[in-house]
Design a protein around this ligand. Structure first.
Ligand code: ZN
Length: 275
């Protein structure tokens, strides 16, 4: 009976070839989505391209499930998703883009003198982060949903807020800030491997976890780090404590989510089923 079922299953797959399923067909800017490919063959070369007349973003596909972003700066009401196999488009879908209002966040921080050495440090750390987030590995998590990085999630500054620092327009807020007290426990959002656990100029004591398939989470301004680079962690495992290290005005957790070095809105991802 089981063999008959198996045979039927194989024939069914064979006769229908590759089928595709998308997580959603409408996305907010700064959103994360996934595409599942039935009959994925690792010998073929696949790629997801998100594009419209305003922009184009490519995401690697090396597994039967692959993630992509509809980036914060996506303009227009629609983007097209193309799945390429060995250079040929084998699937496409028009995705609706929902635009959100992003507020302005004004903060005042104590001026730190940016010497040549500090500037070099900032550049070096930025290169390290860019390089880290582009590393694509096999999947390292099994959880369908993210674990909350703090027991209580109270947003103080949302993702995508336009930053005004000491009265000057700066970049965007590339993560979500959660309210917290010094010492509050920080938990890994998904299982994975700690790839960064060190002090960085802007984000202070910073932990970055690689979850595989291009997905990363970042935890900043910690008072204490409880993990080391190279260590594997489970979802929900304690990785450190809330603090105010780096460029920070008060104790809080800055939590970032990245897919192939594209920043996505942690609040959207925290509510999302991941496969
Ligand atoms: Zn922040």
């Amino acid at each position: 009976m089981f063999r008959a079922f198996l045979l039927f299953f194989i024939l069914f797959q064979f006769s229908f070839g590759e089928t595709f399923s998308l997580s959603e067909k409408a996305f907010f800017t700064g959103d994360l989505g996934y595409l599942k490919i039935k009959d994925f063959n690792p010998k073929d070369r696949y790629e997801i391209v998100i594009k419209n007349r305003y922009g184009r973003w490519a995401f690697p596909v090396k597994d039967s499930i692959s993630y992509f972003a509809v980036p914060l700066f996506t303009k227009g009401k629609y983007v097209s998703l193309y799945l390429k196999k060995n250079g040929k488009v084998i699937f496409s879908e028009r995705l609706k883009v929902k635009h959100k209002y992003y507020r302005v966040s004004r903060i005042w921080v104590k001026k730190r003198k940016i010497t040549k050495e500090v500037l070099e440090r900032i550049r070096r750390e930025n290169r390290l982060l860019r390089r880290t987030f582009k590393v694509y590995t096999r999947r390292l998590f099994k959880e369908r949903y993210m674990h909350k990085p703090l027991k209580n999630l109270i947003v103080t500054t949302p993702f995508g807020a336009k930053r005004v620092i000491n009265g000057k327009k700066r970049s965007y807020h590339w993560g979500t800030d959660f309210k917290g007290k010094t010492g509050d426990l920080i938990y890994a959002a998904l299982s994975g491997k700690v790839v960064i656990a060190r002090n960085l100029f802007y984000t202070g004591n910073t932990v970055v976890i690689n979850h595989g398939l291009g997905l990363y989470t970042l935890y900043a301004h910690m008072s204490k780090m409880k993990v080391k680079e190279g260590q594997f962690v489970k979802a929900g495992q304690i990785i450190g404590n809330v603090g105010s290290t780096g460029r920070s005005t008060a104790p809080h957790l800055h939590f970032g989510v990245y897919i192939n070095d594209v920043k996505v809105d942690p609040m959207l991802v925290l509510k999302k089923r991941l496969f």
